[in-house]
Ligand binder design. Sequence first.
Ligand SMILES: *Cc1c(COP(=O)(O)O)cnc(C)c1O
Length: 400
Amino acid sequence: MSKQEYMDKAEQYLLHTYNRFPVVFERGQGVYLYDTDGKEYLDFAAGIAVFALGYNDPEYNQALTDQLGKIIHTSNLYYNIPAAEAAQKLVGKSGMSKVFFTNSGTEAIEGAIKVARKYAYLKDGSTDHEIIAMNHSFHGRSLGALSVTGNTHYQEPFKPLIGGVKFADFNDLESVKAQVTEKTCAIILETVQGEGGIYPADPEFLKGVEKLCREKDILLILDEIQCGMGRTGELFAWQAYGVQPDVMTVAKALGCGVPVGAFVLNEKTAQNSLVPGDHGTTYGGNPLACAAVSKVFDLFEEKNILEHVRQIAPYLEKKLDELAEKHSCIVARRGKGLMQGLVITGFPVGQLVTKALEKGLVVISAGSDVLRLVPPLVIQEKHVDEMIVRLEEAIKELEA
Ligand SMILES: *Cc1c(COP(=O)(O)O)cnc(C)c1O
């Protein structure tokens, strides 16, 4: 079948909830993707910050193949070995206490919301607690996660959402304080806002929110689904801030391609929230997904991923800043580590994404005007150079 035939077939049978770019990816190798015409693309999107280790890593593939040959699903009525091992590693690396595995980031957020409500319920028995979320945040598309996503456009047609959610401005501590009441049970935020346009939390802001939470026994929920798993040069972005969440959500690169997420609780929260009967999942924590998670943690150590990100990120930043100097359509760069955004003016960022694809470069957008770069964490300087060449070709054509 030709590329057009694959695309036609997809449009005929898949619900049209995405305006997809006209590319059919067939396979990946390292930091490159190949479409059905055999065309090569340098990947600076990693399947939306998922494929941290690059494509077709032999050790990762072997771990999954080994697990396939044993068992891939048991349900949570029984114990399985990979889940215990993956949870141990996640607890060890985060310094937190207990893990609940989910199948997606959205489900991790749902769990975190339930934890917060149950924690507050156990304290005062009331059922009208409030959660403070941030404007321009993104936490997912299910009704609970959508309720704490600060984007009215996503929310509007699906109202009524869950009640008791208030919004404050990211990086504006006073706006958060203004929303706190006796009923506030949690404050949820991304340590680095992703979909909203790549905004890292200011250290004073995040420390201030943490202090507020401690003073009032409000749970601090940090969404590390996009910015976690090494992307900023720390395994979890909050580790650079000297703060500690009560609840952390992870997903995306957690399984490096296998659908898996988790919410992770500190001791206080684990001891005072969900108990048997409160929450569950058929698939969550299944042996296949957890074999992937477990191997991802091993490979992060073996390949010194955090060291590598810390060493390559300044090079990426320098090259992006140089590009911005040369082209007036780039008005700002923001980000941390290998999570970078370029603010684009003069043409829609979607046009740049499309043009870059033509030039063999996969990048994505964030917010209305930000070009988002979230490459596999294993990129090298030569890939940064190649990315700049292809991106600049795309920019030049749009500027012409
Ligand atoms: C992607 C994302 C989610 C939702 O995760 P899914 O796996 O798509 O359900 C939630 N929060 C953040 C910060 C994300 O980037």
